[in-house]
Design a protein around this ligand. Structure first.
Ligand SMILES: Cc1cc2nc3c(=O)[nH]c(=O)nc-3n(C[C@H](O)[C@H](O)[C@H](O)COP(=O)(O)OP(=O)(O)OC[C@H]3O[C@@H](n4cnc5c(N)ncnc54)[C@H](O)[C@@H]3O)c2cc1C
Length: 488
């Protein structure tokens, strides 16, 4: 570990150089449509037997050259094969597709950006409603925007940042607004402004009967869509958001420690939690233990104050390396966190919300020892807090984890069957240790098939209210996936 003199430290934290933040996210995979040269019109011959009276919405089956691109998501571990994919361009298309699926007895899954960690935006032998083409952004009065669920985050940022506004959302370029917003949505701007779902003012939804409804007419529906709307009872086709004035610049600070054992990784985690809980709201931080290497990122678009420098120094003193980027143009800086590569084979999931080190102390050393010893594993903890805790936002949304300062994720990347097995065992073990220590709250946007009591882990006491919404809008359970809200 390296100790810095105050002078050395100030020089470094004002230095230059940008590192690529470790983020497993592609910029060109997922839901992008392929070129028009690959398209064929579905003909009666390539429509499956079950599809008899074809509605006007475009239906794609397994014989269509676009079928694979449209069904696959960002996770190559998932390989589900729907009977038909409805490639929708309008809300009416979606309504028609749902009515058709209901008449044919097909379960409906909903896909916007295809980043669901368990692939719940696809199904076997049902209908997938693909919203990737519903990706327009329209400007409304007072800086509000109306956006389609298929808008990828890179598209959103490219459209709104040059106009000087920001929507607090995630950082991965190919995550779509649909899934992100309806499950919560947090990132670099959340501590200052709250979650993405807190910015959702209106939504248009097609329910399980194929009816088009507006959340304007039903406050309880808007409440449910703010954090409880991922493929549960309706398909959201348009969302209106409020935005904020964007900061012009952002600075990033990178800290690294190598060859860690679980003891040191845990002791740095404790320090990181103490320090980051005191960061200004303009900051975000992530603790990323990748095998035995630890990376810490701190972003700041506020003042580089003396107090902030003091906090950085406290952390730098327990790490091996420290450097800062220059303060760069916001849009340019955000691109550093867009992620790398094409779709990947992974098994990532939420690993609990925490308030501080006392919450993790009973299990953390054992869990981190498993991560350190298993190639392909990453244990990540990110900051929440600040405006995420807002009482009005809590009342107005069904996201139930406002009280926590941190959200954690266990990530497993692998390339061979043996490694898949080892990382899967490690993931299960880390989740078991976490649960055994009484941590039962999980982020629905980092879903896992391993959560037995997922209803309460994701939604807490709000699950019952969501069941009433389900009953109202999709009593026949047409829109469903393995962890969708049940009618009750
Ligand atoms: C690499 C990576 C990086 C990530 N980074 C972040 C991050 O920085 N911050 C964060 O908060 N989360 C992050 N996530 C989690 C992400 O928010 C969720 O995976 C989110 O659900 C993805 O949305 P999607 O539309 O891309 O995925 P999809 O797979 O299309 O959808 C996800 C879920 O939402 C449902 N859904 C999608 N669209 C609609 C709709 N229009 N109406 C109703 N239901 C719908 C689907 O049925 C499915 O259950 C990340 C995930 C990955 C894989």
């Amino acid at each position: 570990m390296k100790k810095y003199s105050r002078k050395q430290f100030i020089q470094m934290s004002a230095g230059t150089g940008v590192a690529l933040w470790l983020a497993a996210c592609g910029v060109d995979g997922g839901n992008e449509e392929k070129g028009s040269d690959t398209k064929t019109e579905p003909t009666p011959a390539n429509v499956p037997d079950k599809v008899v009276d074809k509605p006007a919405v475009e239906l794609i089956d397994k014989n269509d050259v676009r079928y694979d691109a449209l069904r696959k998501g960002f996770n190559t571990r998932i390989d589900k094969k729907p009977l038909i994919i409805a490639l929708c361009k309008t809300t009416e298309d979606v309504a028609e597709a749902v009515r058709y699926a209901k008449a044919k007895g097909l379960p409906v899954a909903v896909k916007s950006g295809g980043h669901c960690m368990e692939g719940y935006s696809c199904n076997d032998d049902g209908m997938v409603i693909n919203l990737s083409m519903m990706n327009k952004i329209e400007w409304l009065e007072d800086g509000k925007i109306k956006a389609g669920p298929g808008c990828l985050l890179s598209h959103v940022y490219d459209e709104i940042l040059p106009k000087g506004v920001i929507l607090p959302a995630g950082s991965c370029a190919t995550v779509a607004l649909g899934g992100l917003t309806l499950g919560g949505g947090y990132g670099i701007f959340s501590r200052k402004h709250g979650l993405t779902c807190d910015h959702l003012l209106e939504a248009t939804m097609v329910d399980g009967n194929g009816n088009i409804v507006s959340a304007k007419d039903d406050e309880e529906l808007l409440w449910a869509l703010r954090g409880g709307g991922t493929g549960n009872f309706g398909i959201v086709t348009e969302m209106v958001y409020r935005t904020h004035e964007a900061p012009k610049t952002l600075q990033a600070h990178y800290l690294k420690a190598r060859k860690l054992d679980a003891e040191r990784a845990a002791s740095i985690l404790q320090k990181w939690m103490e320090v980051t809980a005191k960061l200004p709201a303009e900051c975000f931080s992530g603790y990323v233990l990748n095998g035995s290497t630890l990376n810490i990122l701190i972003t700041n678009y506020g003042e580089h104050s003396v107090a902030f420098q003091g906090l950085l120094k406290e952390l730098a003193d327990v790490m091996d390396q420290f450097r800062s980027s220059s303060r760069g143009d916001l849009q340019h800086m955000l691109r550093n966190y867009y992620g790398v590569g094409k779709p990947l084979y992974f098994r990532n999931s939420s690993a609990g919300f925490f308030n501080g080190y006392a919450d993790v102390e009973p299990f953390i050393k054992e869990a981190l020892a498993k991560v350190v010893a298993t190639p392909g594993m990453i244990y990540q903890v990110n900051t929440l807090g600040g405006k995420v805790r807002d009482a009005a936002a809590e009342k107005g949304s069904c996201f139930p984890h406002r009280g926590y300062e941190f959200v954690s994720e266990i990530q497993a990347y692998s390339t061979t069957p043996t490694q898949h097995e080892r990382t899967a065992v490690c993931t299960t073990e880390v989740l078991r240790l976490t649960k055994q220590s009484g941590i039962n709250t999980q982020y629905v946007n980092y879903c896992s098939a391993e959560f037995e009591d997922w209803e309460h882990a994701y939604y807490g006491e709000n699950y019952k209210r969501l069941q009433a919404i389900k009953k109202k809008y999709d009593a026949d359970d047409v829109i469903r996936h393995p962890q969708s809200v049940r009618v009750g």
